[in-house]
Design a protein around this ligand. Structure first.
Ligand SMILES: C[S@@+](CC[C@H](N)C(=O)[O-])C[C@H]1O[C@@H](n2cnc3c(N)ncnc32)[C@H](O)[C@@H]1O
Length: 222
């Protein structure tokens, strides 16, 4: 009689084993990511602004940018970047539901980071907000948007699904030199997994240029 290995395995382990998943991802993290970060500038916890300043001044060289942020919440980061970069040629776009996370994320239930639909008030005509799920707004945005300056993509959506969707869609506008900033890269099952699945499926080359521990990680595409 033919033994159905898959159904036997499912009978023994009927539940998803997150710890095994994390362990496997950690092997990938150690083998791939650590090697790519040998020359990265390392900042310590609490140095978020110094990290942004380094990317802007030393990496971008105070040039105009096209800054796209996915996961805006109250707009702290996009506000800081728009103040940092004063070039009239720079453009800043912030994407968010403004009703919070569309799925549970770790201990945070769906709806966390809800601003009750309110978009941040930033007195700068270069800053634009696009309200709605990325999965419902990004296609249309990319239909008319073409980069005019170096791309800075800030991915702060926490979730695997949201992050992977953005990376796969943005691939068509990425260039060597495009920068991708992650906010929770240490999260092996979410932002890290999304990044790994993206580079593997799109055969993308990259290096890590700066990081704060392993939470905020700045990547330059090659
Ligand atoms: C950690 S918060 C962003 C914090 C912000 N970048 C800052 O520096 O203050 C994560 C945000 O991602 C948004 N988000 C996650 N997945 C999304 C999706 N698929 N579409 C739209 N917004 C999403 C949530 O609504 C939430 O506001």
């Amino acid at each position: 009689m033919k033994i159905n290995k898959k159904s036997i395995s499912y009978k023994i382990f009927p539940r998803f084993l997150g710890s095994i998943d994390k362990h496997n991802k950690n092997i990938i993290f150690q083998e791939i990511i650590i090697k790519k970060s040998k020359k990265a500038k390392v900042f310590s916890k609490g140095q978020r602004l110094e990290y942004f300043n380094f990317i802007f001044k030393d990496v971008i060289g105070d040039q105009p940018i096209d800054y796209l942020e996915f996961g805006v919440f109250k707009g702290e980061s996009i506000k800081y970047w728009s103040k940092l970069n004063k070039s009239p040629k720079s453009r800043f776009y912030g994407f968010d539901t403004f009703t919070g996370l569309p799925e549970d994320w770790k201990r945070h239930p769906r709806g966390t980071f809800d601003t009750e639909g309110n978009i941040p008030k930033i007195d700068d005509t270069r800053v634009h907000f696009i309200k709605g799920l990325f999965q419902e707004t990004l296609y249309d945005f990319l239909r008319t948007f073409s980069p005019q300056s170096r791309l800075v993509i800030h991915l702060d959506a926490d979730l695997y699904s949201s992050t992977l969707f953005c990376l796969a869609q943005l691939d068509r506008i990425f260039n060597p030199g495009s920068l991708i900033l992650f906010d929770e890269f240490y999260d092996l099952q979410n932002e890290f997994s999304a990044f790994y699945d993206y580079i593997r499926s799109h055969n993308s080359k990259f290096k890590i240029i700066a990081r704060i521990g392993w939470s905020q990680v700045a990547i330059e595409l090659q």
